[in-house]
Design a binder for this molecule. Structure first.
Ligand code: PLP
Length: 481
């Protein structure tokens, strides 16, 4: 007898209802988290491939040879983008963070003789490397950036010592969209015999085309001597469904320590190139299909559209009083700051009211609170609307003035110790701020406007922000019984 099923139509309806509360992934109006090429037929192809391979298991390439073929072809395509030498190899991972984690893990495990390995990175390097350092017991040597949000190569070189196993540079950094001085830093790393990883998670599928479109880009690929590995995410500017990134190494010898193998148990032979062991074939098939569909010419055109959008935004913002660029973008990420007439968090909320998601970023060291835009090809058709929305949003934010954090709440936060933040402390802060309502069962009701919450987080130091965010997510993630 077949297992009895519940009402499948009702389940699909519920899925649609749940999804209707999410940010839209199409339409080019969500300028963080998602990447929209504006090509529905390519999206459909990718989704169908995800569905078709959802049950395939990338754990064993001899059982699922299709996975190996797609992985090798995808890596081969990427090799052309990043000037990889013939000996280069690569791995498809589940996303940018996994690629970064594996770069750290492989660098550490290449040097078992170093008792306390460390990693050198600018303060603007992606938090994924902090996660990798945390997971794999690697110390961090963080180098500050200058007013242009790039690190001084001499300072990066000086931070390398005998225990350094990896130097990380960004192409570009997420927060400010600028490319680090890769040639100088890679040369310094090579001179000390240290691996140099280029985090091109967000730039890897778009910067190679920038050069071909006549834009000046600091060299960052394997053409730069000393670059030993590169991460580049297919689920970003390759416009693939979520769930894949590539980690490329200059040679298979450099990749070897990334592998985990265990033959010392009675089950199947376990040899993994990634953190996951069993892994769905869906994301890989989705990425492979989208890359096949777009090909080099497709990506060139999408990059042209994306950079045209960036230029329109740069010009348009210059005409909006109160809003300016934090720095001239090197790539497709735009960072905007406000003058004292309004605050970026309120502008983000006002943009949301107008149907645009732009991302608030808290201040960090000398980087002021700002607004991040991940510009994508699908935004070009609506760029005039985007600029009008910004002009209106800034005017609205100026009318209300910068969001103020209650001095009592500031004092409350300052009195808390992030190292031992308790549930009671968190509840006290919620009550004092009046920003996030807690229902009788303890579950949180999200506020409709985030500016007051962001402003409150912005007054806290990073350690306190982290403690508050953990308390917040912990409270959100509770089973529905
Ligand atoms: C430069 C950079 N590195 C790493 C990551 C992490 O990627 P993911 O969110 O896919 O884990 C990102 C994400 O935006 C990024 O921009």
């Amino acid at each position: 007898m077949n297992a009895p099923l519940r009402d499948l139509t009702a389940i699909q309806a519920r899925l649609r209802e749940l999804q209707s509360h999410d940010l839209p992934v199409h339409g080019g109006r969500t300028l963080a988290y998602v990447y929209d090429a504006g090509l529905p037929e390519v999206d459909d192809l990718g989704r169908e491939a995800v569905a078709a391979f959802a049950g395939s298991n990338g754990l064993d390439p001899t059982a699922f040879p299709s996975m190996l073929t797609m992985e090798n072809e995808l890596v081969g395509f990427a090799c052309h983008l990043v000037d990889a030498p013939p000996e280069a190899v690569g791995t498809v991972t589940s996303g940018g963070t996994e690629s970064c984690l594996l770069a750290v893990q492989a660098a550490r495990d290449a040097h078992p003789e170093i008792a306390r390995p460390n990693l050198v990175m600018a303060s603007t390097g992606h938090a994924a490397f902090r996660k990798g350092a945390h997971y794999f017991g690697v110390d961090l040597h963080i180098v500050p950036v200058g007013p242009d949000f790039r690190p001084d190569p001499a300072a990066m070189a000086a931070a390398i010592d005998d225990d350094t196993v990896l130097v990380v540079v960004s192409a570009p950094s997420y927060a400010h969209g600028v490319v680090d001085p890769v040639p100088e830093v890679a040369a310094a790393a090579a001179a000390r015999g240290v691996r140099c990883h280029v985090d091109a998670c967000i730039g890897g599928w778009v910067l190679p085309y920038a050069g071909r479109l006549g834009r000046a880009v600091t060299p960052w690929t394997f053409a730069v001597e000393g670059v030993t590995s590169i991460s580049m995410d297919t689920h970003k500017y390759a416009y693939a469904p979520k769930g894949t990134s590539l980690l490329l190494h200059r040679s298979s010898a450099l990749r070897k320590p990334q592998y985990f193998v265990s033959a010392d148990w009675p089950g199947y032979t376990m040899i993994n190139s990634t953190l996951q062991s069993t892994k769905s074939g869906g994301p890989l098939a989705g990425a492979w299909s989208v890359v096949q569909a777009l090909g080099d010419e497709g990506y060139l055109e999408l990059a042209a559209q994306t950079f045209a959008t960036v230029e329109r935004i740069v010009e348009g913002i210059a005409a909006i009083p109160g809003l300016t660029l934090a720095v001239r973008p090197d790539s497709t990420l735009v960072t905007l700051v406000t003058d004292g007439s309004c605050d970026p968090f309120t502008v983000c909320d006002e943009m949301a009211e107008r149907g645009w998601y732009v991302q608030p970023q808290l201040h960090h060291e000398d980087s002021p609170a700002n607004i991040h835009l991940t510009v994508q090809a699908g935004t070009l058709v609506n760029v005039d609307e985007l600029l009008t929305a910004f002009a209106d949003a800034v005017a609205a934010a100026q009318a209300t003035g910068p969001v103020q954090v209650d001095p009592g709440v500031v004092a409350f936060i300052e009195a808390l110790d992030p190292a031992v933040l308790s549930d009671a402390d968190f509840d006290g802060l919620l009550a004092a701020s009046g920003l996030v309502g807690a229902a009788a069962d303890g579950s949180l009701e999200l506020p409709s406007r985030m500016a007051p919450v962001n402003a409150m987080l912005d007054v806290a130091a990073p350690a306190m922000r982290e403690a508050l965010l953990v308390a917040f997510l912990d409270r959100l993630a509770r089973p529905v019984r």
